[in-house]
Write a protein that binds this ligand. Structure first.
Ligand SMILES: [Zn+2]
Length: 233
């Protein structure tokens, strides 16, 4: 990947997340690892996910300073700096305030594999970062969040939002989208009555492999980019 490609993918990640309904006005962001090792590409604060352009990108260095682009960095850039530092295989991390994820996290109940999306965690509960419900505004909090995420595709931040990561930009974005959809489905089921049917761990593991290989994550990503074009040509 070249820095130019990383910038393009950062713009596309924002558009795809917005098309999936993960926007929270100007809050929430996706970050792509700089292929030259200088830090992360991320949008400038003050813009919505669907408003990211080449001119509104920043290169934020490992110490949280803006190396390219205008303005201050996002206060929560430490999420991405630390998640991507913790695992060099990760290409991208996502942080949004997706409504269903926040609502579901408030129930403090395990996320169950009710649907294909719910099988993303292969029958395990989604990790949760519980050290604070406030902003992840320091390197120490970013490190703690990265530890809570571990090797999982995504984690909930109760009272706040979600974080997701992936070995590719499409995977990271889709992990965020799938977690939010799984939360939406379980909220709907729980609101209608007791949840009685869901995959057992063996079926959930099989479904994760069958439903969510890289090819399917990329198919979902490509759909979201087409939808973004329809919504904001
Ligand atoms: Zn946040």
């Amino acid at each position: 990947m070249t820095p130019e490609q990383a910038r393009t993918l950062t713009i596309q990640a924002g558009r795809a997340l917005a098309a999936a309904g993960q926007g929270d006005m100007v809050w929430g962001h996706a970050a792509v690892r700089d292929p030259a090792g200088r830090g992360i590409w991320i949008k400038e604060p003050g813009w919505g996910l669907e408003e990211v352009t080449e001119e509104r990108l920043q290169l934020v260095g490992h110490d949280g300073t803006v190396l390219q682009g205008d303005g201050k960095p996002h206060k929560e850039c430490h999420i991405h700096l630390e998640v991507l530092a913790a695992d060099q295989q990760l290409a991208c991390s996502v942080h949004t305030h997706a409504t269903a994820a926040v609502a579901f996290a408030a129930l403090d109940t395990p996320l169950l594999p009710l649907s294909h999306e719910g099988a993303l965690f292969a029958g395990s509960d989604v990790p949760r970062f519980t050290e604070t419900g406030n902003l992840i505004s320091t390197p120490a909090l970013g490190k703690a969040l990265a530890a809570a995420l571990g090797g999982a595709p995504a984690a909930l931040l109760p009272k706040h939002g979600l974080v997701a990561a992936g070995h590719s930009v499409p995977a990271a974005v889709m992990h965020a989208v799938l977690l939010d959809r799984a939360c939406t489905t379980q909220l709907a089921a729980a609101a209608a009555g007791p949840v009685r049917v869901h995959s057992d761990p063996a079926e959930a593991r099989a479904k994760r492999a069958e439903c969510w290989p890289d090819t399917q994550l990329e198919a979902g990503w490509n759909y979201l980019l087409r939808r973004a074009d329809l919504l904001h040509p």
